[in-house]
Design a protein around this ligand. Structure first.
Ligand code: NMX
Ligand code: MLT
Length: 390
């Protein structure tokens, strides 16, 4: 890229298009190839999916994988920060009514309460604190909102992020093993997806005004909570439950009726991808290992076969193929998470790492002055000049 190279020409057709394809900045953590999917600092995400989750977070923050000593030191730092969680902040959640609102509301409130209890103002320290404390926030949301807080086991931060969460929920043995395997894989796959996805962009926009990491991340979680974005994983499993059969003819009937009613087919389509999302393929492959005979997983496999050819009949749909949300719900269900409305919190938990890393990069840009406050231009329409008096 040279200073005067034209990257994009804007015409009227680009207005009100959700900024689709319009370059607005640079990103060091990841990029999304329309066919090959997301790469974290150059690595296709599939190459990283079986690593320790902390090493992938280190990669996003430092732009290289850690050596063994660095990996141990990073895990130790996270464990230490996880122990120092201001528990007073978590008491805010105790005052919410069990079962009220959506779990994503609780996640956003929980992040804000942690910021209210302790914000250092140092973007790295606040990011590391938030990443380290997310497992306990998640476990508390699950148990408090579910009405069984007495099941919460004391944290064991040395276990690592995912394992500590599963431990706090009170799960042991083979069930815990399966949860750890699937959640770690899910967690790594969802950590980052370029700079322009709605939640990351929203979080960075808020951060550009020099709001705190906590305020920025709560905003990002609110952005993620919409069904066209992160909540599509919930919506997709609810689809699967409504369909209730892997019979291709029944699925076709269902999909056509949803389209006729002008409702989205969740788990399909994307703003950038133009082929099946490799994360969808990876999750389906994991399903063939952990839950090959699960009924919902079988419906997902049928959806994957049946839906693209139906969506291709609608030329306006640019990507008729599965996205990341097609299969994650069926796997989460199979390992014991039976309530689809919690699924987006896992997506949000994972993305905290990517969004924090991107905010950190933006704050360090321009020799430490940070990215300027976001302020794109909107072209005024239907506003003739008016005055109250002649
Ligand atoms: N089902 C029904 N209609 C669709 C779909 C779909 N899966 N995908 C695109 N369209 C429609 C879209 O609503 C738009 O209609 P209109 O012109 O009337 O507004 C038209 O096709 C063109 O859309 P695209 O340019 O192909 O897609 P766009 O970039 O606008 O939207 C999504 C991307 C992901 C919002 C869209 O594909 C969608 O609504 N998918 C279903 C929801 C979903 O699975 N979201 C998760 C995305 C990944 N994530 O986790 O964030
Ligand atoms: C994703 O992970 O697919 C997203 O955050 C949606 C996007 O990239 O626009």
């Amino acid at each position: 890229m040279s200073d005067d190279e034209t990257l994009f020409s804007i015409s009227e057709v680009h207005l009100d298009s959700g900024l689709r394809g319009i370059p607005v900045g640079t990103c060091k953590t990841s990029y999304v190839d329309p066919i090959d999917g997301v790469h974290y600092v150059g690595y296709p995400v599939g190459d990283l999916a079986n690593l320790e989750e902390e090493d992938v977070i280190f990669l996003l923050m430092n732009k290289r994988l850690p050596d063994e000593a660095e990996s141990n030191a990073f895990r130790k730092e996270l464990a230490h920060r996880g122990e120092e969680i201001p528990t007073g902040a978590l008491r805010v959640l105790e005052n919410l009514t069990p079962g009220s609102g959506h779990p994503m509301d609780w996640l956003s409130i929980g992040i804000m309460s942690m910021g209210a209890a302790e914000t250092t103002g140092d973007v790295r320290a606040d990011s590391m604190n938030l990443i380290a404390r997310m497992p306990e926030l998640m476990a508390r949301i699950f148990l408090l909102r579910g009405g069984n807080p007495e099941n919460l086991r004391p944290r064991r931060t040395k276990l690592g992020l995912v394992e500590n969460f599963v431990h706090m929920l009170g799960v042991d043995g083979d069930e815990a093993e399966r949860m750890n395997r699937v959640l770690r894989f899910f967690f790594i796959l969802h950590m980052d997806h370029g700079g322009g996805n709605l939640s990351t962009f929203s979080g960075k926009a808020v951060a550009s005004g020099r709001a705190s990491v906590y305020a920025s991340l709560a905003s990002a979680m609110n952005a993620l909570s919409g069904p066209l974005h992160g909540r599509a994983n919930q919506a997709c499993l609810e689809f699967v439950q409504r369909i209730g059969t892997s019979d291709p003819e029944e699925i076709e009937k269902f999909v056509r009726s949803e389209l006729a009613a002008k409702r989205p087919i969740y788990g399909f389509g994307h703003g950038v991808l133009r082929a099946e999302d490799p994360r969808a393929r990876l999750l389906i492959e994991l399903g063939s290992e952990v839950c090959p005979d699960d009924e919902y997983y079988k419906v997902v496999k049928s959806l994957r076969e049946v839906v693209p050819k139906i969506l291709k009949e609608h030329p306006k749909i640019k990507n008729p193929y599965p996205n990341v949300d097609i299969a994650s719900g069926s796997l989460l269900h199979a390992i014991g998470f039976r309530k689809p409305h919690y699924y987006t919190t896992f997506f949000g938990w994972a993305r905290v790492a990517g969004i924090c890393a991107q905010i950190l990069d933006e704050r360090e840009s321009r020799d430490g002055r940070g990215v300027p406050i976001y302020r794109p231009k909107y072209i005024a329409i239907e506003q003739p000049m008016r005055r109250l008096t002649d």
